[in-house]
Design a protein around this ligand. Structure first.
Ligand code: CP
Ligand code: NVA
Length: 330
């Protein structure tokens, strides 16, 4: 059965393909209900703690909106608001918050922090992004792909760029579990950890999926149903900025790469935030210093009809709601 009540969500590795499909379908149902004005208040009288060591637009807002839609009370706890790891151990914070709240979201640096919270909280803990994984994002991505293509199994998903970050790891896990044809186009220095690749190849063999790593972005996107990219420099890696620009420049997702897939229906996804706009502080700096007018994606892709990034961002609400309702709801 697909009862995930009381479970944590730290990485999709811990969820079976059936459980992941169950969450995506529940999200579809909750989305349709919301559009129809139906709110079942599945989380009435629940209190949800939202701990953020790093900044966030989508994840924070999706948790707040989803919680309120379901009748719960969300409480935002920023890095300067609580003692976490500084004046108080992570374990003690978990013990205390677990006595007051019914569920805890954590976004931050070290994956071991969210593991410690989960170990001591006694209530479900959800990973809203760590250095290693971003599972709630991938649930939204799976929902978006299912909505757009009508299926997940066999879909060719090409991830281009930093192949070692939280998104690359989590997409590989989600794709393997769903039997997708997953490709990473990245410089070899940014290929994912071999142990994770080996682990997911075993999963792929069971689900009928495939995993290909290549340094050639064109090979990666050939006949792709979906091209996916993420920032070249993740939160917490700011010191890598120059090296990343140099090594990832050939991996920019631009119109030329999109047009090279050989599939007129290829869609584009990005978890966001995206560096494509030179009218931002970072954009202006890059434009002047490196002669680049965009980083990982250009305007003529992310703002083109092929792009589904706004649907994808909206789907954070519906999938995060499904995670909270499935693990905590009545
Ligand atoms: N995609 C995502 O997690 O966005 P935020 O960093 O804004 O939450
Ligand atoms: N890889 C990015 C994802 C942001 C949602 C980061 O960790 O900053």
């Amino acid at each position: 059965s697909f009862n995930v009540k009381g479970r944590h969500l730290l990485t999709l590795k811990d969820y079976s393909p059936e459980e992941i499909r169950f969450l995506v379908r529940m999200a579809e149902k909750l989305k349709a209900d919301k559009y129809a004005g139906i709110f079942a208040e599945n989380l009435k009288h629940k209190n949800i703690a939202l701990i953020f060591e790093k900044t966030s637009t989508r994840t924070r807002c999706a948790f707040v909106v989803a919680a309120v839609d379901e009748g719960a009370h969300p409480e935002f706890l920023g890095k300067n608001d609580i003692q976490l790891g500084k004046k108080e151990s992570v374990a003690d914070t978990a013990r205390v918050l677990g006595r007051m709240f019914d569920g805890i979201q954590f976004r931050g640096f070290s994956h071991s922090t969210v593991e410690t919270l989960a170990e001591y909280a006694g209530v479900p803990v959800w990973n809203g992004l760590t250095d290693k994984y971003h599972p709630t994002q991938v649930l939204a991505d799976l929902l978006t792909i299912r909505e757009q293509l009508g299926r997940l199994k066999g879909v060719r998903l090409a991830y281009i760029g930093d192949g070692r970050n939280n998104m690359a790891n989590s997409l590989m896990i989600g794709a393997a579990k769903m039997g997708m044809d997953f490709r990473i186009g990245a410089p070899a220095s940014l290929f994912p950890e071999q142990s994770l690749v080996d682990e997911m190849k075993v999963v792929s063999r069971e689900t009928g999926g495939k995993i290909l790593l290549t340094e050639d972005p064109r090979e990666a996107v050939a006949q792709a149903d979906v091209i996916y990219t993420d920032v070249w420099v993740s939160m917490g890696e700011e010191s890598e900025f120059e090296t990343r620009i140099k090594v990832l420049k050939p991996y920019q997702v631009n119109k030329k790469l999109l047009d090279s897939t050989g599939n007129a229906e290829t869609i584009f996804l990005h978890c966001l935030p995206a560096f494509h706009d030179r009218n931002t502080l970072v954009g202006e700096e890059i434009y002047q210093k490196y002669g680049l007018d965009a980083m990982e994606v250009t305007d003529d892709v992310i703002l083109s009809p092929a792009s589904r990034v706004w649907d994808q961002a909206e789907n954070r609400v519906h999938t995060i709601k499904a995670v909270m309702v499935a693990t905590l709801g009545k």
